[in-house]
Ligand binder design. Structure first.
Ligand code: NAP
Length: 403
């Protein structure tokens, strides 16, 4: 809600103009934007995902976390995903917050989900889901997990879902954790506590009532998604067992030579997002998936800046991205002050872009247009007791604002 408020306040400011439904790189080029403005900031995030690069990755029943999250969050491009939730065991590859988010959605009681802004379509599919067990598999150990404590605690406390952690995975970690930074220490202690907790009577009752379970598996690196006999669907996954070389964050997972197979009908690959190049005029580091920059100044292109995941890579929570934008804004201001940004001649601004868009038949959406869509979504949700019912069809959104 805070984010929505902050964005709305900014968008309504007289010093800010919002133009939606415009695809940069297609409807208008970065070069055209640079002609129209003194400074241009690229802040377009990461709309692709990393791939595993293993056999079977394209079998049906295997989804990227990005598309799965897009599906339950009502992203138009993922509205037709129709994930097959007819199996009992799902496996999520990766130990990040996105992996935990997906596990939570798969195992949450419907009564909880109904009160969120999850789309009606996803809710209906989850209502028929047979998934009752979710494994989150990481290639390294408990000291290298990428998720954070708040998200883990939420998962541990999820009603109707029992955490299954193997105490052996945490042997000796109480000592090892003494010298690590506090957030990592607290996170590890929570995993240890959950793994070692002796179930009291109350807990046993709760466990008996918990029809679903989830767990963390460590030091397993995905090798192949195994197909059903007809070769069409995923039926399981083969993983290489690993040992850790080095310690702490930089420890590397090295295969021991042993493998393990696990049966599962649903595989979600949650190994991180990836930014895409936008326009041939903008340099792009394909290896790191970022626009090469220093403090947000795009290398070799004066007057062009970047911020967020496209600047730093797909890591960090909202506050990280926010601080990142302050850093880029500071660079723009500094360049203005020292004269690195040439503002001696005026630029037309959106007027120039508008005529380009008109000539290409592109009609931008204004912020007040968006507020109409927003109001319609909220009204639709109200009837069902939800914060909003998202409209997932862009044509329907455009109709609603009379485009
Ligand atoms: P992430 O935090 O970078 O986690 C990616 C996971 O995938 C890591 O466990 C990583 O293991 C693993 N991985 C990467 N390549 C792999 C491979 N080839 N084989 C096996 N495992 C592999 O990414 P994310 O979960 O997509 O999250 C992105 C960012 O958004 C994070 O900063 C996250 O905190 C943030 N986020 C925050 C929230 C929230 O605040 N509630 C919610 C969602 C996302 P290694 O460490 O071994 O590479």
């Amino acid at each position: 809600q805070n984010v929505i408020n902050a964005f709305t306040q900014t968008a309504r400011s007289e010093r800010c103009a919002y133009y939606g439904n415009v695809t940069v790189g297609r409807d208008v080029t970065v070069a055209e934007l640079r002609q129209a403005y003194h400074a241009v900031v690229l802040s377009y995030g990461a709309e692709d995902n990393r791939v595993l690069g293993i056999p079977g990755e394209n079998l049906s029943g295997v989804y990227s976390a990005r598309e799965f999250v897009g599906w339950y969050n009502g992203l138009p491009e993922n509205r037709d995903l129709k994930p097959d939730l007819s199996c009992e065991t799902a496996l999520i590859l990766g130990h990040g917050n996105v992996a935990l988010d997906i596990a939570r959605i798969l195992l949450s009681p419907l009564s909880l989900l109904r009160k969120t802004d999850i789309t009606d379509g996803s809710l209906a599919a989850l209502a028929c889901s047979k998934v009752k067990r979710v494994w989150l598999v990481g290639r390294r150990g408990p000291l290298q997990v990428a998720f954070t404590i708040k998200e883990l605690r939420e998962m541990i406390n999820l009603p109707g879902a029992r955490p299954v952690l193997n105490p052996a995975d945490f042997t000796g970690l109480e000592n090892a954790v003494k010298d690590v930074p506090r957030p990592r220490k607290r996170l590890t202690e929570l995993m240890i506590k959950t793994a070692l907790e002796k179930p009291g009577e109350k807990m046993l009752e709760a466990e008996a009532a918990a029809p679903r379970e989830w767990g963390l598996k460590f030091q397993r690196s995905p090798q192949e998604v195994l197909p059903t006999t007809d070769g069409r669907r995923a039926r399981g996954i083969r993983m290489a067992l690993t040992r850790l070389e080095g310690s702490g964050d930089s420890a590397k997972a090295v295969p021991t030579g042993d493998v393990e197979e696990l049966e599962c009908g649903l595989v979600l690959s949650s190994i991180g997002y990836r930014s895409l190049p936008l326009d041939p005029a903008v340099p792009f580091d394909t290896q790191r998936g970022i626009v090469p920059n220093s403090s947000g100044r795009v290398e070799g292109v004066p007057g062009l800046y970047c911020s967020g995941w496209v600047k730093r890579g797909p890591t960090g929570v909202i506050i990280t991205t926010m601080n990142d934008s302050f850093d880029t804004a500071q660079s723009v201001l500094e360049d203005l002050q020292v004269g690195a940004l040439d503002v001696s001649t005026s630029r037309e601004g959106f007027g120039a872009v508008e005529s380009i868009l008109r000539s290409r038949g592109v009609r931008p959406v204004s912020f007040s247009d968006w507020e109409k869509i927003d109001a319609a979504e909220v009204a639709r949700g109200k009837a069902a007791g939800k914060p909003r019912e998202k409209i997932v069809d862009p044509q329907e959104m455009l109709q609603l604002i009379g485009h």
